[in-house]
Design a protein. Structure first.
Length: 559
């Protein structure tokens, strides 16, 4: 028998043909233990109904899983001939197994088994099975991960999407003393499902969330979590009160500030499913303001000439002081686009700034705020749009599904799209002194369509002490998250859930968490998963020694 390796190296995992590989009889017994008679459906009924899962761009009928969203079995086993190729290409005509796999790039990996548990007991059974057979375990809630962190090659892929329990406790006398109450959530919930449920409570409520409505609660929360309510309600990690999970030995445990406190600290920012399989999470609930929620969208369009450049620079240079002058109810995002053929026929620049404000229009001096940013005698095409929502569900169902969801592998080695999202977390001083000219200089002179995004939705410090969560000190101090090529030059800190797939050497450890945090995280990882059962790319305890071999395999396929 091949011994387990303390670092979770793929060399320790079982492979097809090994004596440890599960037999057909063992797989059948496992399936029977997962309630095969139970209903398993992720069908989207249409209309305003919240999506139960991200929908691939090319999925027929707007259904998850390319229409394979009803009558799911608890366990799917990959055909050996399909395994020989590696990553499959999901689509309407793909195999059932392939439709349920997702974005295994650029390593050309695929799982050997896909499981759809319904309960914590099912998860325990799966983990004990994986441990017995030395199978690497990858986990996905909604599957909106685009950094391949759900994937272990020829391992067990656990999809917790069907675990969608919601329990609101909106009384201030809850165990955590949070005045607006709490909500216990299953790991398979998307934000639209949660916000819709919150809108139906006797007191309209919501949770801190991401911008994209089909993102799931677990990955977003444990990786840091920024979004449209962040400056007022805190990051995702700030809102976590308790986590229930199954650890590497198949034990179900609870982690909070007083029970398994080290594990709780690690989960609040440690990201990825390397600590265990989360089966429930309790987070803070928030009351919807009496006058609802307002979105404010500003759009500037300039011709890409000298006059346009100067006005673009004027707006971008004014933005930091303007944004920092907004109160915490405002959380926003900006998108700057350089396009070759704009409305005028020539190259153009556009800047779209959108903020979500907790409260009604009558509670803010909106016109004065806008005038402080728009240049006097503005020569650009400028538009302003204000929309009112009764609650967070209203905003979520009208939000764009950005980034678009495509679960297919990306196999173009000459164009590393997996590195397209470069991110950087910058503090107030950098936001004022370096960001404006940095972003303008990158866009000036672009010969092709180019875009960059910046998020002003980070608290910039919070009521949570710096040491209460495992995100990096640089993340805690940040005021702006940048996402565009070249942005990493401005900071030593990167956002775990949105970054380049490939970061040089071991720099990801410091960029995500900081050196001291990483060492503590690794110690906790080894305590709760000593055999490295749980693994994900650039996660705590991951081993990069096999990257070159994977690259060669990708190259062989592309030749």
């Amino acid at each position: 028998m091949v011994p387990w390796c303390c670092d979770g190296s793929p060399a320790a995992w079982c492979a097809r043909g090994d004596s440890c590989w599960p037999t057909a009889a063992e797989l059948q017994a496992l399936e029977l233990d997962l309630a095969p008679q139970a209903d398993r459906s992720l069908h989207w009924p249409g209309g305003d109904a919240p999506y139960p899962l991200p929908v691939p761009d090319d999925s027929p009928g707007g259904q998850p899983l390319y229409g394979m969203s009803q009558n799911l079995r608890p366990l799917y086993v990959q055909d050996a001939s399909e395994a020989a190729f590696g990553s499959c290409m999901p689509g309407e005509n793909a195999s059932d197994f392939c439709k349920q796999s997702t974005r295994n790039w650029p390593r050309v990996w695929s799982p050997a088994f896909i499981a759809w548990p319904l309960t914590s007991t099912h998860v325990q059974r799966l983990i004990k099975f994986a441990s017995k057979h030395r199978l690497c375990v990858g986990v996905a809630g909604t599957g909106h991960d685009f950094l391949n962190r759900h994937s272990c090659d020829q391992g067990l892929f656990i999809r917790t999407t069907l675990m969608k329990e919601i329990q609101w406790n909106l009384y201030g006398n809850n165990a955590w003393g949070h005045a607006d109450g709490t909500v216990r959530l299953g790991p398979g919930l998307t934000f639209t499902e949660i916000q819709k449920s919150g809108s139906e409570q006797p007191r309209k409520s919501f949770v801190a969330s991401g911008w994209c409505p089909t993102v799931g609660i677990i990955g977003w929360s444990t990786g840091g979590g920024h979004g449209p309510y962040g400056r007022s309600k805190g990051l995702g990690v700030d809102n976590i009160l308790e986590v229930e999970l199954v650890t590497g030995d198949g034990t179900s445990v609870v982690a909070n500030a007083t029970t398994n406190a080290d594990l709780f600290w690690a989960i609040r920012g440690g990201g990825g499913s390397v600590w265990g399989v989360v089966t429930a999470i309790t987070v803070r609930a928030h009351a919807v303001p009496e006058r609802g929620i307002t979105s404010v969208a500003l759009q500037f369009i300039w011709d890409a000439d000298d006059a346009g450049l100067e006005e673009l620079r004027e707006v971008v240079q004014a933005y930091p002081d303007w944004a920092l002058g907004l109160d915490a109810r405002w959380s926003g995002v900006g998108v700057l686009v350089s396009s070759v053929g704009g409305e005028s026929g020539g190259p153009q620049w556009s800047l779209n700034i959108a903020y979500v404000v907790l409260g009604g229009v009558d509670e803010m001096d909106l016109q004065n705020a806008v005038e402080q940013l728009v240049p006097t005698n503005c020569s650009s095409s400028f538009a302003q749009h204000v929309t009112h929502y009764e609650d967070a569900w209203g905003f979520a169902k009208g939000a764009s599904n950005v980034p678009p969801y495509n679960p297919a592998p990306i196999l173009n080695a000459s164009s590393p799209l997996w590195n397209a999202i470069e991110s950087s977390l910058i503090d107030e001083d950098t936001m004022k002194a370096r960001f404006p000219e940095h972003v303008v200089s990158l866009f000036h002179g672009q010969k092709s369509t180019f875009s960059g995004t910046f998020f002003h939705d980070i608290p910039g410090g919070s009521t949570e002490p710096v040491t209460a969560t495992s995100i990096s000190p640089g993340f805690r101090d940040a005021t702006l998250l940048l996402e565009y090529p070249g942005s990493e030059e401005l900071s030593a800190n990167t956002y775990f859930s949105e970054s380049s797939y490939e970061l040089p050497g071991a720099s990801w450890k410091e960029r995500y968490w900081g050196k001291s945090n990483y060492q503590k995280l690794l110690s906790i990882k080894n305590e709760f998963d000593p055999h490295g059962l749980f693994w994900c790319h650039h996660c705590v305890g991951s081993d990069e020694r096999d990257m070159k071999a994977d690259r060669r395999r990708l190259g062989d396929i592309l030749v």
